[in-house]
Design a protein around this ligand. Structure first.
Ligand code: AMP
Length: 254
């Protein structure tokens, strides 16, 4: 499974799922510069390599791929025609982080070509990324089985993320707003999507230092915004907590 390091139990859950399903498990650790659209985010991305290697060994990972930027970009970064992906590379994270999915598609393609996995394991935490990688595999007829593993959360519900270490204690408290809002949406689903989203924005607005970027209830495959209730739906949220950007999501009706 591809990671950017600073590993936590969310990453380790992917390793454990892979160890159960596969004979050989390879984890890559590579902070991919082309998927960052914020230079400060890239410069301050946490690095804990010694601890990462220890956690991977304990989880039963067989091999770690730790390339340099030059190893991966033997040829310059590529620009992809994302129109073939349809709506999933045009909405939500794509709107807020221009170039992000082009960078993800480029690095994941390169990593898949190098490691040649039969199965790959990605986290639901990055739901839109999962949909993009699934489509990348399908569009290119890659002989790879895609697995999406559930989001792993802290005891209070905050989705684990390498960026959480940047939160100070007050920010850590108010970062729970994302999970609480997703729970609120889930409790009220199925219902009128526009009304639920409006109420969800009100809930988020109670947390003064949190700036909501988007709250959406979407078709889980296409990520098109739902105009009316349907059984299959996913709620996605992104917000800035202090200087840290957090995302989370929940498959509704569970
Ligand atoms: P990253 O290191 O952030 O690029 O993440 C590497 C992989 O770990 C991606 O497939 C993520 O979706 C997954 N991941 C990150 N956080 C979590 C989490 N809290 N639960 C499950 N998977 C996660």
């Amino acid at each position: 499974m591809p990671t950017m390091g600073a590993l936590h139990n969310g990453h380790i859950s992917l390793v454990k799922a892979a160890v159960k399903a596969c004979d050989i498990v390879v984890c890559s650790i590579f902070v991919n510069p082309t998927q960052f659209n914020n230079a400060n985010d890239l410069a301050t991305y946490p690095k804990t390599i010694a601890n990462d290697l220890k956690m991977l060994a304990e989880a039963g990972c067989h091999a770690v791929y730790l390339p340099t930027v030059d190893d991966i970009y033997q040829t310059p970064p590529k620009q992809y025609d994302l129109s073939v992906y349809g709506h999933i590379t045009a909405t939500l994270e794509a709107e807020k982080r221009p170039g992000h999915f082009n960078g993800v598609i480029d690095v994941v393609t390169r990593l898949f070509n190098i490691v040649k996995p039969n199965q790959v394991f990605f986290g639901q935490k990055d739901y839109q990324q999962c949909m993009v990688v699934k489509k990348l595999i399908a569009l290119n007829n890659m002989p790879i089985e895609f697995n999406m593993c559930p989001s792993v959360r802290e005891n209070d519900g905050l989705a684990m993320s390498s960026r959480n270490v940047r939160l100070n204690s007050h920010e850590r408290e108010i970062s729970l707003s994302l999970y609480k809002t997703l729970q609120f949406i889930n409790k009220n689903w199925p219902g009128n999507p526009q009304q639920i989203i409006a109420q969800a924005h009100h809930l988020m607005a109670e947390y003064k230092e949190v700036t909501t970027e988007y709250i959406a209830i979407c078709n889980p495959q296409t990520l098109e915004v739902l105009e009316q209730a349907q059984p299959q739906a996913v709620a996605l949220i992104a917000a800035q907590v202090g200087s840290t950007r957090l995302i989370d999501n929940m498959i509704l009706g569970n």
